[in-house]
Design a protein around this ligand. Structure first.
Ligand SMILES: O=C(O)CCC(=O)C(=O)O
Ligand SMILES: [Mn+2]
Length: 198
């Protein structure tokens, strides 16, 4: 039995999870302020053709030099922090003990919006980045599995939850928010990340 528990531990994703990290009022206010920001509809090239991503995005950071590219076609540039978001960063840093230089926002407008399996392993994040995620709005399923193989682990991320992907996470695991099977309202997710400037 003990051995089974040990094996189960070995396969657990390296995350820490604080459900209800934000109280209801704070989470409500943050959702409202987040939705009032400018969001980008980015496109990704598929077979040479531009296809709109199934979500809206935005990015804020410590320097206008911070930019972020992925899938060889999407480019995000950091805008200066809105006060509410830099205050949220401070709260997340105090809880997790990590420091973050940027936040990427994803807005999932409905059950149809999603993000596919990926690891956040862009070189600009540095080696083995810790990444913290705050969820606001509708509950969505956050899936994790070991790269290429294995059983899927699922977390229901709800309004005000904090999830920390620890430093080894991006080396060995991929994560996704698939389309939801039932209709749901809007969800905003902020991932706070390090960044190597310079
Ligand atoms: O929406 C989420 O919970 C995850 C977002 C994510 O993985 C990303 O932006 O890289
Ligand atoms: Mn990610």
């Amino acid at each position: 039995m003990q051995q089974l528990a040990l094996l189960a531990n070995i396969d657990s994703p390296p995350v820490q999870y604080w459900p209800g990290f934000l109280n209801q009022t704070q989470a409500d206010n943050l959702l409202e302020q987040s939705l009032a920001l400018n969001w980008q509809q980015n496109q990704m090239k598929m077979f040479g053709r531009p296809v709109p991503l199934p979500r809206l995005e935005s990015m804020f950071g410590d320097s206008p030099k911070i930019f972020y590219t992925y899938s060889s076609s999407v480019e995000l540039h950091a805008k200066p922090w809105p006060i509410f978001l830099s205050e949220l960063r401070a709260q997340v840093e105090a809880q997790t003990g990590y420091r973050f230089k940027l936040a990427i926002g994803n807005q999932y407008r409905s059950a149809q919006d999603s993000i596919g399996y990926h690891a956040d392993d862009e070189p600009t994040l540095g080696i083995r980045p810790a990444i913290a995620s705050i969820s606001l709005g509708s509950t969505r399923s956050f899936k994790m599995k070991r790269k290429n193989v294995g059983q899927t682990h699922s977390f229901d991320l709800s309004h005000g939850d904090l999830l920390l992907m620890e430093p080894s996470c991006q080396d060995n695991w991929v994560h996704a928010v698939p389309k939801a099977s039932r209709s749901c309202g809007v969800r905003v997710n902020w991932t706070f990340r390090p960044y190597l400037l310079g």
